[in-house]
Design a protein around this ligand. Structure first.
Ligand code: ADP
Ligand code: AMP
Length: 214
């Protein structure tokens, strides 16, 4: 099973990707998580990525594409993966298609989690991320059992720097300019499916599972 999650920042891609990955036993591959773990580890890649992420900009394609292709070549991805946050540009999508073609492989579905911009700022300002394991919550819609503490690892939850409202507006405009064209790209490939991401997160998941198992 090879799936791409599409959608605006804050649409719920990561939330759904984690649930799909768990149900079907394939890895959740998030380029945002890989960049954040590099930032935490103080690597050169982390320093470079942070300079773009803090501005709400995309990390350059060459760096991002190489990092993602390396990740999906690892053994745990042999049976498939859920890509969350990649591709985000047409050149990223074309590089992925070509790399998969070379191995006679293909993506099964590109799932667009559709949420209007008005709902996004509210989602992002309530998102909390664990500093330890990266798990994400929402203070209203998906609250942790204890306020500001991760259910999974017990570490502290924070508001990501790039989830502050001024950066979210920038990320939304970058999304419309550079990432939304991927909806047409995957529609033309015949693998696009759209789900209504404004529903409760369990209902969004039920719609995705129904589609995958139809
Ligand atoms: P993305 O990975 O697309 O950036 P997330 O999965 O991190 O988005 O979701 C953004 C925020 O919205 C998180 O705080 C998450 O808990 C919350 N969220 C996700 N799906 C829903 C939903 N269907 N309804 C309400 N809140 C949601
Ligand atoms: P995310 O966790 O998916 O919201 O990503 C957080 C940030 O990481 C984005 O705003 C970008 O700056 C960067 N990023 C993540 N994935 C990509 C990608 N595929 N291409 C370029 N930048 C990315």
């Amino acid at each position: 099973m090879k799936i791409i999650m599409l959608g605006a920042p804050g649409a719920g891609k990561g939330t759904q990707a984690k649930m799909i990955a768990e149900k079907y036993g394939v890895p959740h591959v998030s380029t945002g998580d890989i960049f954040r773990s590099n930032i935490k580890g103080g690597t050169e890649l982390g320093k470079l990525a942070k300079s773009y992420m803090d501005q709400g900009q995309l990390v350059p394609d060459d760096v991002t594409i190489q990092m993602l292709l390396d990740r999906i070549s690892q053994d745990d991805c042999a049976k498939g993966y859920i890509l969350d946050g990649f591709p985000r540009t047409i050149p990223q999508a074309e590089s992925l298609t070509k790399a998969l073609d070379d191995r006679r492989e293909m993506i099964d579905y590109a799932i667009d989690v559709d949420v209007p911009d008005e709902a996004i700022v509210n989602r992002m300002s309530g998102r909390r991320a664990c500093v330890g394991c990266g798990a994400t919550y929402h203070i209203v819609y998906n609250a942790p059992k204890t306020e500001n503490i991760c259910d999974v690892c017990g570490e502290k939850l924070i508001l990501r720097d790039d989830d502050k409202p001024e950066t979210v507006q920038k990320r939304l405009s970058v999304y419309h300019e550079q990432t939304q064209p991927l909806i047409d790209y995957y529609n033309n490939e015949g693998i696009l499916v759209s789900v209504d991401g404004t529903k409760d997160l369990k209902d969004v998941f039920a719609d995705i599972v129904a589609m995958l198992e139809a």
